[in-house]
Ligand binder design. Structure first.
Ligand code: ADE
Length: 225
């Protein structure tokens, strides 16, 4: 997979990709991530990429021309499966969307900034609009990093068996069951006996039951779906 991220703040984007699982995926050659500074595509001496809204109103708007130049240049080099725009009014990211995107080849992610982008960018270039939750961030960069993390960890070969994504919360529209590690007893607080029993079928049944209980208690909406 190749991900091209278009942003006015490439320096903000680098750090989440420089450690942990995203870095491992890049180092293993399973994903390539490239950052593109939108200002490099500005046709103006001040590297301006935003302007006032037509019709008046507070907040600057990212202009179509530098975005067009950047996306068109990328598309001349390869084809892309999706041009994603990070925006609070997009479809809310969930596990099934992450699963679906992890199977794609090449993605462009456009990070909004200021008030957002000129609507014509959304109408003519963007194929998918994604939000990471019902709140407004200062820009799409952190959302793009969240999206990349959720997607990259699902690419086959990125996670080892021990960290397999198959047992993650949300994979079956359920939360994960509780987990424990050593010591088996700490300050009198014990790990459930069943987990120490070595009886795999019983442990699996317990986990399923606890996953259901967890989901009913914390996220009953998942069960309604
Ligand atoms: N940009 C600003 N707020 C956002 C959000 N909630 N999700 C994705 N991109 C955003």
């Amino acid at each position: 997979m190749r991900i091209d991220i278009i942003t006015v703040l490439p320096e903000l984007m680098a750090s989440p990709f420089s450690g942990s699982i995203m870095k491992r995926a890049v180092d293993k050659g399973l994903v390539e991530v490239h950052f593109h500074n939108l200002r490099d595509y500005s046709s103006n001496n001040y590297k301006q990429v935003d302007d006032y809204q037509f019709g008046g109103g507070a907040g600057m708007v990212l202009m179509i021309e530098p975005i067009d130049k950047c996306i068109s240049q990328l598309k001349e080099q390869r084809s892309y499966d999706e041009v994603i725009y990070m925006t609070p009014d997009g479809k809310c990211l969930d596990q099934s969307m992450a699963n679906e995107l992890s199977l794609k080849g090449n993605l462009i992610i456009l990070c909004g900034h200021y008030k957002g982008v000129d609507q014509r960018v959304r109408d003519h270039f963007v194929t998918k609009e994604i939000s990471i939750g019902d709140y407004v961030l200062s820009g799409g960069e952190l959302g793009a990093a969240v999206l990349c993390d959720a997607v990259i960890r699902l690419i086959p070969g990125v996670l080892s068996n021990e960290t397999s994504a198959l047992t993650d919360s949300f994979q079956d529209d359920m939360l994960a069951p509780p987990i424990y590690t050593r010591p088996a007893e700490y300050k009198g607080w014990k790990v459930p006996d069943i987990l120490l029993s070595g009886n795999t079928p019983k442990i699996e049944a317990w986990r399923e039951q606890e996953a259901l209980r967890n989901t009913e208690e914390k996220r009953p909406d998942l069960l309604d779906e």
